[in-house]
Design a protein around this ligand. Structure first.
Ligand SMILES: C[S@@+](CC[C@H](N)C(=O)[O-])C[C@H]1O[C@@H](n2cnc3c(N)ncnc32)[C@H](O)[C@@H]1O
Length: 247
């Protein structure tokens, strides 16, 4: 069977009304969310139908759309990454993610006097290949991902992995990188945890793909205690790059 051309994660209640009449191929996942695989123009048709119901379809990856409701709540991120497992590699341009990680590390290196960044957390590490690609620039690097399947994949690829941020002592990291993660949105609790595990003077660096949720995110990181700025002139390829420092 050919790989699907597009995935859409939708709250299941919408399926009977929208997805099935449009003739999409449906794969049900649990009773909360569904992954739809649809061809060609179906995405924009579904997008129009959803907009009239107060739900926006956001393109979070090249062929992956998530439904976001009026309150900015996104359904199914963790379930989605748990469900795709190794199919992840078909959905992302790994070279672009690696280039982005290298840029973040270059920026991190600019604020040290050393050749290495020190202790680094790759937050939202996915399958871990990006972290492994920049580990030569770090004293040490460890990954964390909300998806258990991604944590397993990272571990099997050879990256040291955290199962949760709570297991980390306060002030453990000199730098946190987040490659194609921030646009999925961070909870208030998560921002506070990232602040807690950062050393004084440490930075969290991440790109915000297509600026999705940028303003909300800057607000949350600021509330958590970070001093946040956008790195000028880096927007072109990866979206705005945020540098959040722990003062
Ligand atoms: C597009 S993938 C990028 C993975 C990896 N950084 C890379 O570039 O290959 C986004 C990853 O972020 C993770 N993620 C999204 N929101 C997260 C959160 N709040 N906490 C931890 N991981 C998160 C997802 O589970 C997924 O593995």
């Amino acid at each position: 069977m050919n790989p699907p051309t597009e995935f859409i994660v939708l709250p299941s209640g919408l399926l009977a009304h929208i997805a099935l009449p449009l003739g999409v191929l449906l794969r049900k996942r649990g009773n909360l969310h569904c992954v739809l695989e649809c061809q060609g123009g179906a995405c924009s048709l579904i997008g129009d139908a959803l907009r009239s119901r107060g739900i926006q379809l956001m393109r979070m990856m090249d062929r992956v759309y998530f439904a976001v409701d009026l309150h900015g709540k996104m359904a199914g991120c963790e379930e989605f990454f748990d469900s795709i497992g190794a199919a992840y590699y078909e959905l992302v341009d790994s070279d672009r993610n690696t280039r982005c990680a290298n840029l973040l590390m270059e920026l991190a290196l600019q604020s040290t006097t050393s050749d290495l960044v020190g202790s680094v957390l790759d937050f939202g590490c996915g399958p871990g290949l990006v972290a492994l690609g920049v580990q030569h620039l770090c004293g040490a690097i460890v990954g964390y991902d909300a998806s258990a399947a991604m944590r397993e994949l990272s571990h099997s690829n050879g990256l040291r992995i955290l199962n949760c941020l709570a297991e980390v002592e306060s002030g453990a990291f000199d730098c946190i990188i987040a490659v194609y993660v921030l646009h999925f949105g961070l909870s208030d609790e998560c921002c506070s945890e990232l602040y807690r595990v950062s050393k004084l003077g440490a930075s969290l660096l991440g790109n915000c793909h297509k600026s999705v949720g940028l303003e909300l995110l800057v607000g949350k990181l600021t509330t958590a205690g970070f001093s946040v700025r956008e790195v000028d002139s880096c927007r072109m390829e990866f979206g705005p790059i945020l540098m959040a420092s722990k003062p």
